[in-house]
Design a binder for this molecule. Sequence first.
Ligand code: NDP
Length: 419
Amino acid sequence: MAKVLVIGCGGVASVAIRKCCMHSDVFTELCIASRTLSKCDALKAKLTGKTKTKITTAQVDADKPEEVIALIQKVKPDLVMNIALPYQDLAIMDACLACGVNYLDTANYEPENTDDPAWRETYEKRCREEGFSAYFDYTWQWAYNDKYKKAGLTALLGSGFDPGVTQVFCAYAQKHLFDTIETIDILDCNGGDHGYPFATNFNPEINLREVSAPGSYWENGKWVEVPAMSIRRTYHFDGVGEKDMYLLHHEEIESLAKNIKGVKRIRFFMTFGQSYLTHMKCLENVGMLSTTPVEFEGKEIVPIQFLKALLPDPASLGPRTVGKTNIGCIFTGVKDGKRKTAYIYNVCDHQECYREVESQAISYTTGVPAMIGAMMLVTGKWNKKGVYTPEEFDPDPFMQALNENGLPWKVVEDPALVE
Ligand code: NDP
């Protein structure tokens, strides 16, 4: 039925591709394209004979719109799934627009070079006007809305778990559980243990940029920014147990503040172990998280990219990670004139994911919703022209697909609330 071009072949993309191949009736053809062709070929070899989906591979540098355009013209896909890095979002959105193809990604745009003066000027203006200073924000991609609308195309932004499923949970709560949602706490708990003193569960560069940024939350119509890791809470997670979690800035807060009418506060918390935090602080203190190039023995290197080369590849953590993740949203609000609270969450087991798709649960919980988002678009279940985030569509078919594709969810009434 649909031909899809997947750009990227890392931890998350590998899961999304394997899951697409389990739905050969929907995804009849896939082209896997990435910077390193050998990774695409290796995945194709693993899948050949196990799926009816026809798979091809290609090499592409997605930083260059002209290369993506040439590839789209050759492959002629119905949809491009961008599962490379947030750095490539705008180049791929431009290429999709030029070729008249729908677009999907799992993380919002951030620039690779945060020292670029043109970007910095816009960024600093946004920091002053909006009040949060994370490098990533939706404004760059929302700016494509009119162009996508005019071209009759859809761009689905952030179809991973968080962002992604967390926003679908919000749309579901809004549709079925509440008349007014007053507060949303998004809780992302990884109770997994990979046995290394320090490793990240997805791309190290993107992950470390995210968690070392100041935290922020939305309250009464504005952003409140706090120093990184300065708000800590403890929560007892179903399937995992008690964990410390820290308030972070996260991209879905920005879109939910716009789309969940009447919401008064939105916060995002992620669990971290002490070892992770100690390593991160040390790396930050010695300058290893810096994105500014330094000269070393006559060669220019970017410290955080060098660090990435030293750390374990997240895609290699699968066989050694044990434990569970629990990600979801706690809501407070009003239904039929009465105050109520509810918690929607998914619990996912690292080893079960590995048995199914040879990956740990972080890539799994991101790759499965990427596949479901693609399924919503190519089957026409989600069909609005323009640039959208997942809470702007009907949550029901997506929620059903989560249950059918390895990410079952629960609704719990009267959960313990986060102070
Ligand atoms: P990886 O680093 O494992 O994979 C990234 C892939 O993109 C690699 O195959 C890489 O190629 C490829 N790539 C990088 N640059 C280019 C380029 N210029 N042109 C073509 N291909 C390129 O990352 P993950 O799989 O961990 O993460 C993928 C995305 O998912 C990221 O955007 C991340 O932020 C997002 N994410 C979203 C989550 C959510 O819940 N929404 C959670 C976790 C991640 P190469 O092999 O050559 O390096």
